[in-house]
Every structure is written in structure tokens, then in C-alpha cells.
Ligand binder design. Sequence first.
Ligand code: HEM
Ligand code: HEM
Length: 165
Amino acid sequence: MARHSNGYTALQLALHWLIVLLVFFQLIFGEDMGRYNYFLRSGQDAAPLVTGYYLHVGVGIAVLVLTLVRLGLRLTQGVPTPVPGPALQVRAGEALHYLFYLMLIVTPITGLLAQYVNMRTFGEIHAANKPIFILLIVLHVAAALYHHFVLKDTTLRRMMVPGTH
Ligand code: HEM
Ligand code: HEM
């Protein structure tokens, strides 16, 4: 994957923060989706939950599409070289980023498979993605704050200001 030292582009930063907002929305309101399906199955009036249903599907598909765009930009525009540090720290950071990309693709796809192919199999996998996502976010945010306040390097700043490295 192309590496350069010019920092992230404005578009890469915008996509990072937009996807953060959309994923938080999904994690916070995701249970409405299960409730909607349960109401339908048990013959209760699901109409009040239908907006939540469309939002969950729409926002989830948006995450998938925006992530693919972001990976495409990563290939064409490259990513900044890692902030210097011990090899293990750099490796761990990269591994966490790849895991995030994997989750950003697998989660919406298992959601689609749950809703439209087989709820029993894929619904459980999809729901299990929630604690995994939360764990990754906690580690990721802790790492970002550690870089910013303890190591005092540019890791967090370059995720805010285009061209910082
Ligand atoms: C990044 C994207 C997504 C995230 C983070 C996400 C997150 C969640 C969460 C947190 C839940 C609640 C799980 C629980 O009750 O414990 C949920 C449920 C659900 N989501 Fe998603 N979702 C995403 C995309 C999608 C998409 C694109 C669909 C497609 C229709 C979808 C379909 C569902 C279904 C069917 C349920 C109910 C599953 C069940 O009750 O077993 N999700 N989602
Ligand atoms: C849903 C939540 C989040 C997801 C899915 C996510 C995902 C990602 C991914 C995939 C990367 C790697 C970018 C690349 O080089 O290709 C990244 C980088 C980064 N994220 Fe997040 N992020 C989330 C939340 C946050 C939050 C809340 C913060 C701030 C506290 C943050 C700070 C950073 C920083 C500083 C980097 C740059 C690391 C570097 O340049 O080495 N992220 N994020």
C-alpha cells in the first residue's frame, strides 16, 4: 500500500469522521432493528418502528459504500507513514486499523444477510459484532489519547488537520 509523508487528505479525514458518526448511530439505535423484526413476527403493529428500520438499513449501507470509497482512496492517495515509535506499537496500530476495515465491511454485510437471507444464522453474527466494535473503539480511542497526551506526537492532530504528518 502506497505510503507517503504528506498526511491524510481532507477527503480522507472527512470520511473517517463521517463513518465514526454513522457507526455510533448504528451502535446506539441498532436494537430498534431487532424490535422491528420481532413486532412483525409476533403480529404487533410495527409501523412506529418503520423509520428506524429504514434508517438502520440506509445508514448501514452508507457505511459499507463509504468504507469502500475510503479503501479506494487509501490505495490511490496512500496513507501517511506511521508516526515513529517502537515496532510493536506501530504493528499493533496497523493491525487495529485493518481489523476496523474488516468490521466496517463484515458488519453491514451480515446485517443484509440477516434481514434478507437468514435471520437465525446471520442475525447472531451481526449482533455479536456490536461488542467487538465497542472493544475496538475503546482501544482505538485510548491509543489516540495516549499518543496525544502522553507521547505528545502528531497522531491525533493529523486525523484532524489535512496534510499534518
Ligand atoms: C456498520 C453498519 C452496522 C452496524 C454497526 C450495525 C449495528 C447493529 C446493532 C448494534 C444491532 C443490535 C444488536 C443487538 O440487538 O444486540 C443491529 C441489529 C440488526 N441490524 Fe445492524 N448494523 C449495521 C448495518 C446493518 C445493515 C446494512 C443491515 C441490513 C438490513 C442491518 C440489519 C440488522 C438486523 C436485521 C438487526 C437485528 C438482528 C437481530 O435482532 O438478531 N444492520 N445492528
Ligand atoms: C467508529 C469509530 C471509529 C472507527 C471505525 C475508526 C476507524 C479508523 C481507521 C480505519 C483508521 C485508519 C486510517 C488509515 O490509515 O487508513 C483510523 C485512524 C485514526 N483514528 Fe479512528 N476510528 C474511529 C473513531 C475514532 C475516534 C473517536 C478517534 C479520536 C479519539 C479516532 C482517532 C483516530 C486517529 C488519531 C487515527 C490516525 C492514526 C494514524 O494516523 O496512525 N478514531 N480510524
